[in-house]
Ligand binder design. Structure first.
Ligand code: CA
Ligand code: CA
Length: 271
């Protein structure tokens, strides 16, 4: 620094030198501020979870789950604060996330984790929060849904038309994904005259980019009922009372005709 001051004194003895010195001072001033600015720019935000797919999980079953959001590339830990014993979790991959049809990056983020989760026996059958933790802090909590293994079935592809409809029983809960090339999932079940059914689609409330749309047809292919949204949410509840015994078809699709590996849903059927 002392040597720099001597050089500056020499430069200030001439007009040209004074100009050069002013430039030097400006340069030193800018360079002097850079470390702090760099530090501020380098301060990264904590991770954010936007989507979990699938979000409905069974206990004691190892499920591969995609957690998608922002700043997830350096996440080191996933915590379920309300579950004891803690689930067994293995991070299989992390990094940039692929596009998910035409869903905006603002909605679903641009990074993802692929993790294996095994929920412990005895975990309560309800929504439970989890967070992810990285070097820049921890995320806000997101919910997954713990489902009853005695009445939950996974969809089986291909089930994208009446001909390939998957047989279910009213009372079952179904977990599925509307994936590219399989944008429609169809389920077939028996109904009785006078029976009132209630079918609830869950997706948006758990962060799924899927905007569920439900349709009910009879075995002649006649549309009996359709519904897009609930009262205050894009997840609908379809209710209908059958006039006669027969086989009926329930279809779920996306209201915007989109599909991706993270367009996850849970269907709760009942009467
Ligand atoms: Ca499907
Ligand atoms: Ca909807």
């Amino acid at each position: 620094m002392e040597r720099l001051e001597i050089m500056m004194d020499q430069l200030l003895t001439s007009k040209r030198g004074r100009m050069t010195a002013l430039c030097c001072l400006a340069f030193v001033s800018v360079v002097g501020r850079l470390p702090a600015q760099d530090k501020a720019a380098a301060k990264k935000e904590p991770p954010q979870i936007k989507v979990v797919a699938p979000f409905g999980l069974l206990r004691e079953v190892t499920t591969t789950v995609i957690i998608r959001g922002v700043n997830l590339s350096d996440v080191t830990e996933i915590r379920f604060p309300e579950l004891k014993p803690t689930p067994v979790i293995k991070i299989k991959s992390k990094g940039a996330a692929p596009a998910a049809d035409k869903v905006s990056v603002e909605k679903i983020g641009n990074t993802q984790l692929e993790v294996e989760i095994t929920l412990p026996p005895g975990a309560p059958l309800r929504a439970t929060p989890f967070i992810v933790v990285g070097p820049n802090g921890q995320s806000e909590a997101k919910q997954i849904l713990i489902l009853d293994e005695t009445k939950t079935v996974a969809e089986k592809e291909p089930n994208d038309g009446f001909a390939g409809a998957q047989d279910i029983t009213l009372g079952q809960t179904i977990t599925g994904i509307l994936s590219p090339g399989q944008k429609t999932d169809v389920f077939r079940f028996a109904g009785k005259a006078g029976q009132k059914i209630r079918i609830e689609a869950q997706a948006v409330r758990f962060g799924s980019p899927l905007d569920p749309f439900l349709l009910l047809h009879n075995s002649e292919g006649q549309l009996l009922a359709e519904i897009d949204d609930g009262l205050e949410i894009s997840d609908p509840i379809l209710e209908f009372t059958f006039l006669k015994d027969g086989m009926y078809f329930l279809t779920i699709l996306d209201a915007h005709d989109l599909a991706s590996p993270i367009h996850a849903y849970v269907l709760r059927t009942g009467s």
